[in-house]
Design a protein around this ligand. Structure first.
Ligand code: PMP
Length: 287
């Protein structure tokens, strides 16, 4: 039996799961989304993901046509129908179908889409050895233009940076903000470790406030590591003792090179490895 996809209250076979070509989600990237993981049949931090989804929707004045409780139930039902215990959930809310113009008031019926599938972002080898990333010349969207805190369907800014990474043979690319400070990677948040302190850029740097980032900051504090938000530059990344990325799909992944410079020893560092172990334990405990 093939995978079923939830669209606005109904389940469709994967091949028949479709929305209108007039949907502003397609025409303009007008909508919001979430990427969520399920581990051992338990959805990791579902409430936090739904809070962020509804916040993103609010920021673009899109009213999601169901309650958070109903959304949570629909996510869990869709996983169950597909028999997925360890997998990935993609929640998409579109503005709905309208006419060929920008005005969101001329759309109706925002679509609620829930895709549940399996995911493997990086090979096990990369988790062992660490990633070599590059800095993209594409700057992260200025928050005064479109806040990176909105997880919108318009990911072109990140995709352009991703293309630069792909061209350079790198699995992820670092994005700076318009001030030249480190913001985040195309689909992951970034951390460095300097003299035992775990550092990550603040919201003001122009980042998506990652759920994994939050979980890792909690775990670092519990483990007795000093952890704080700090404005970082590429200099800080190049001279860090350790570096790693966090994200729903990536989990915690070490970075050992940036722009050809070796970070620390060139191998995943002890704090990175400790935090990865703690994070994987947390996913087994259900979040
Ligand atoms: N930054 C960006 C731009 C992202 O797309 C993601 C992945 N959703 C993240 C950071 C990491 O966020 P999270 O830990 O919530 O997946």
């Amino acid at each position: 039996m093939g995978l079923k996809v939830y669209i606005s209250g109904k389940l469709y076979d994967k091949d028949d799961a479709k929305v209108s070509v007039y949907d502003h989600g397609l025409l303009y990237g007008d909508g919001v989304f979430e990427g969520i993981r399920s581990y051992g049949g338990r959805v990791f931090r579902l409430d936090q993901h739904l809070d962020r989804l509804y916040e993103s929707a609010r920021a673009i004045r899109l009213e999601i046509p169901m309650t958070k409780e109903a959304m949570a139930a629909a996510v869990i039902d869709t996983l169950k129908v597909n028999g997925i215990t360890d997998g990935y959930i993609r929640l998409v809310i579109t503005r709905g179908a309208g006419y060929l113009g920008l005005d969101p008031r001329k759309t109706s019926n925002p679509q609620v889409i829930i895709i549940t599938d399996r995911i493997e972002l990086y090979s096990p080898e990369l988790y062992e050895k660490g990633l070599a990333i590059v800095t993209a010349s594409t700057v992260r969207t200025n928050a005064n233009a479109l806040s990176p805190r909105i997880k919108s369907l318009n990911y072109l800014n990140n995709i352009l940076a991703k293309i630069e990474g792909v061209d350079a043979g790198a699995p992820e690319a670092l994005m700076l903000n318009s001030k030249g400070e480190v913001a985040e990677c195309t689909g992951d948040n970034i951390f460095i470790v300097r003299q035992g302190t775990v550092l990550t850029p603040p919201n003001d740097a122009g980042i998506l406030e990652g759920i994994t980032r939050g979980a890792v900051m909690e775990l670092a504090a519990q483990a007795g590591h000093a952890v704080r938000e700090a404005v970082l530059t590429r200099h800080d990344v190049y001279t860090a003792d350790e570096c790693f990325l966090t994200g729903t799909a990536a989990e915690v992944v070490p970075v050992v090179k940036c722009d050809g410079r070796v970070i620390g020893t060139g191998h995943p560092g002890p704090i990175t490895r400790d935090l990865r172990t703690r994070f994987m334990e947390l996913t087994r405990r259900g979040g």
